[in-house]
Design a protein around this ligand. Structure first.
Ligand SMILES: NC(=O)c1ccc[n+]([C@@H]2O[C@H](COP(=O)([O-])OP(=O)(O)OC[C@H]3O[C@@H](n4cnc5c(N)ncnc54)[C@H](OP(=O)(O)O)[C@@H]3O)[C@@H](O)[C@H]2O)c1
Length: 244
C-alpha cells in the first residue's frame, strides 16, 4: 500500500488534502513543526526530523509554506532528502501565472518549481489561482480604514478545500510534470467581489477601486494569474463566505 506524507497537513490546503487521502483508506502521515495526532514533527527550514519523516514513504504532497523566502530552503531540504529516500512521487502546489506576473513573491514560486524539477524526484506541479481566503484578506486587512481599497484586477478565486482535493487526486496518480492549471468557477472583478463581501458580511465600508501603476499591475489587469479554461473549482466566493 502506498504511504503518503503530507507536509503542512494543518494548513488551508494541507488539511483537506490529508482528509481526502485518508478517505481513500491509504496510510497518510502529516508533517508540521509541532507534529501531533497523525503527524510527525519536522522543521523543513532546518531539516530537523526530515529523514525520519520520510522513512517508508512513497509519495510526498508538499503543502507546507511560510509564504516567504524561507520556502526556498524548505524546498531544497525536502527535495534533497526526498531524492536520497527514493521518493517515487512529489506533488506540489504553485500559483497560476507565477512566471508571467513580475512580482517578487511569484518569482520565488518559479524558483520553488525549478528546485523541485532539478531534484530529479518524479514530480507533479499543480498551479492554482488565488484562494477565496486571499481575496477575503484584501478586504479584511484594511479594517481600520473607513473605506476598502481594491486594485482594479480580475480574480478567479478557488476554494482551498477543492485545491486540497485536487492535490490528493494527483497524489494517487502517476507523476505528470506540470498539470493543467486550475481555478475557481468564475472570473470576477474586485468591484463585484467587494459587493459580495459587503452583502454577506454586512459591512458598510465603501470600495475604492483603483488602477495601480507599473508592469506588475498591468500583468494582473491582463489576467495572467487566471485559468480561463479551467472548470475545476465549483464553490463561489459568496458560498465560501456564507459557509464560514
Ligand atoms: N493563497 C493563495 O491564494 C494561493 C494560491 C495558489 C497557491 N498557493 C500556495 O499554497 C500553498 C499552501 O498554502 P496554505 O495557505 O495552505 O498554507 P498555510 O495555511 O499557511 O499552512 C502552512 C502549513 O505549513 C506548515 N509549516 C510552516 N512552516 C513549516 C516548517 N518550517 N516546517 C514544517 N512545516 C511548516 C504549517 O504548520 P506549522 O505552522 O504547525 O508548522 C502549516 O501546516 C503555499 O505554497 C502557497 O504559496 C496559495
Amino acid at each position: 500500500m502506498t504511504k503518503f506524507l503530507v507536509t503542512g497537513s494543518t494548513g488551508q490546503v494541507g488539511r483537506p488534502a490529508t482528509e481526502a487521502l485518508r478517505a481513500t483508506g491509504a496510510e497518510v502521515v502529516g508533517l508540521t513543526r509541532r507534529g501531533g495526532p497523525g503527524a510527525v514533527a519536522a522543521d523543513l527550514v532546518s531539516g530537523q526530523g526530515l529523514t525520519g519523516a520520510l522513512a517508508g514513504v512513497d509519495t510526498v504532497v508538499h503543502l507546507a509554506a511560510g509564504n516567504n523566502k524561507r520556502d526556498l530552503p524548505m524546498m531544497r531540504n525536502l527535495t534533497t532528502a526526498a531524492a536520497e529516500a527514493g521518493i517515487k512521487h512529489l506533488v506540489m502546489v504553485s500559483i497560476v501565472g507565477c512566471d508571467r506576473v513580475p512580482l517578487g513573491f511569484y518569482r520565488q514560486r518559479v524558483e520553488l518549481e525549478e528546485i523541485a524539477l532539478a531534484s530529479g524526484v518524479p514530480l507533479t506541479i499543480q498551479r492554482a489561482t488565488q484562494f477565496h481566503s486571499l481575496v477575503e484578506q484584501v478586504f479584511t486587512a484594511q479594517r481600520f480604514l473607513p473605506v476598502v481599497f481594491g486594485p482594479d484586477w480580475p480574480y478567479q478565486p478557488i476554494a482551498m478545500q477543492e485545491v486540497g482535493a485536487r492535490m490528493a487526486e494527483l497524489a494517487t496518480g502517476a507523476p505528470q510534470g506540470r498539470a493543467d492549471d486550475i481555478g475557481g468557477p468564475v472570473r470576477q472583478t474586485v468591484r463585484e467581489l467587494h459587493a459580495i463581501w459587503k452583502r454577506v458580511t454586512g459591512s458598510k465600508r465603501r470600495g475604492v477601486i483603483f488602477k495601480p501603476p507599473g508592469k506588475m499591475s498591468a500583468a494582473f489587469a491582463a489576467g495572467y494569474h487566471l485559468a480561463p479554461g479551467s472548470s475545476y473549482g465549483q464553490q463561489m466566493f459568496e458560498q465560501y463566505l456564507q459557509a464560514r
